[in-house]
Design a binder for this molecule. Structure first.
Ligand SMILES: *Cc1c(COP(=O)(O)O)cnc(C)c1O
Length: 408
């Protein structure tokens, strides 16, 4: 054991580095062995990250503070269209701070669409809030504003309005925030928009999250741009962001000793990652263009198949197409999405079912859920296809596997 080259003393072998963490230039070259696996949305270098990181290290600013971090926040303000930005350790951390500065307390209720990743509501649930799940609209797969309007009116009559409404921009498609914010304003309910998946998308000409009291973004490895992790909380209200900044840095009061009026979190964003994020932000437009090209190739390659359709783009929205999502109707396509997923997996291609609705998750057993089952139907039939940097040849492999199933 002493000669073990690793420090993983309690395992027989050091854990393999998952392939999605392998940098593109470290991937096995094609033709040297097995065909490389095609991933759903692997991180992608924009070019220049190495130099930016080296420069930051040389500057000595490693702390979650300093000029690189400020420059990143300013650049993100520019890109997101929100004047006030707090960079955070993750998108989930940004959501947690958002719930905190909006004053969520135990026993409060929040409303969120059921079709989302667990991180949208996890911090609120951990804070002791009750979550009510609302269905999404079939036209956008985002929170249904008509359902929301009716349910808010009902809740107001019964004196049980939610403390916060949390729409989610899903797979690159922004929610109809104009409609959502206007019905929430009627009852004075603040909107915290989870835009983690949809940087680069727009609704009614406005970029993701615009109109919400607060919005959050993620720079996790699978998102459209990545810093290798990280997130942002954004607002038009400087007071909310200042409060979040205070809480995210352990709620230290300004005094020579450590003084705390409340407790906070260690949610700062590293300057080293901010340097990566700055380079990646410059690639955003090109990434959106590339994701649209991927979607267009799927549409061209699969749309003629019976029982295959795609995530719709409503007339009022412009999706970033972060992920291309196809629906398989087993009655017409012949097999269900799980058969498609397994066939792709066997061919070395990663795909994933659409988010399992949160009201169906054991973690939220007993939560209230309102709607007609749109989200549940999307989970049954929807499959997210590889949508990252992919040559047309690689994408042709994906299309080919699906076409063969249709003809079988
Ligand atoms: C990725 C994601 C998050 C969380 O972001 P992290 O940076 O991974 O914490 C939150 N909500 C949604 C909808 C996401 O897809």
């Amino acid at each position: 054991m002493a000669s073990s080259p690793t420090h993983f003393l309690n395992t027989k072998a050091a854990p393999a580095i998952p392939p999605h963490n392998v940098l593109p230039f470290q991937r096995p070259a094609a033709g040297t062995g097995d065909t490389p696996r095609i991933h759903l949305s692997p991180p992608q270098l924009a070019g220049g990250e190495m130099e930016a990181v080296a420069e930051t290290l040389r500057s000595g600013w490693l702390a979650p503070a300093g000029p690189v971090l400020r420059t990143f926040e300013a650049a993100f303000a520019e890109v997101s269209g929100f004047p006030h930005v707090l960079a955070t350790a993750s998108g989930t951390a940004a959501l947690h701070l958002g719930y905190r500065v909006l004053g969520l307390t135990p026993g409060d209720e929040i409303w969120a669409p059921t079709l989302t990743f667990v991180a949208t509501v996890a911090p609120a649930a951990q804070m002791g809030a009750k979550v009510t799940f609302l269905d999404v609209s079939a036209e956008s797969w985002t929170l249904d504003p008509d359902l929301l309007r009716d349910q808010l009116a009902l809740a107001a009559r019964e004196g049980r309005l939610p403390r916060i409404v949390v729409p989610v921009d899903i797979y690159g498609q922004c929610a109809d925030l104009d409609a959502i914010v206007s019905v929430c304003d009627r009852w004075g309910v603040p909107v915290l928009c989870d835009s983690a998946e949809s940087l680069g998308g727009t609704a009614r000409g406005r970029s993701a999250g615009q109109g919400a009291r607060l919005a959050c973004f993620s720079f996790n490895g699978n998102k459209i741009i990545t810093a290798g992790g990280g997130g942002a909380l954004v607002s038009d209200d400087p007071g909310l962001i200042a409060a979040a900044r205070h809480l995210g840095m352990q709620a230290k009061e300004s005094s020579p000793h450590y003084q705390h009026e409340t407790t906070g979190y260690s949610y700062g964003f590293s300057s080293v990652l901010a340097a990566v994020g700055l380079v990646q932000l410059r690639a955003l437009e090109a990434r959106v263009t590339a994701r649209h090209a991927v979607f267009a190739r799927y549409a061209a390659g699969l749309a003629d198949l019976p029982g295959v359709s795609f995530m719709p783009e409503p007339a009022w929205g412009r999706s970033s197409r972060w992920l291309s999502v196809a629906l398989f109707d087993p009655a017409r396509f012949g097999v269900d999405r799980e058969v498609v997923r397994r066939a792709l997996d066997a061919a070395g291609i990663e795909s994933r079912p659409v988010w399992k609705p949160l009201h169906l998750q054991p973690a939220f057993r007993g939560s209230r859920s309102i709607g007609s089952g749109v989200a549940a139907g999307l989970f049954e039939r929807g499959l997210c296809l590889p949508s990252g940097a992919m040559g047309p040849g690689e994408q042709a492999r994906v299309i080919e596997v699906i076409r063969r199933l249709a003809c079988a």
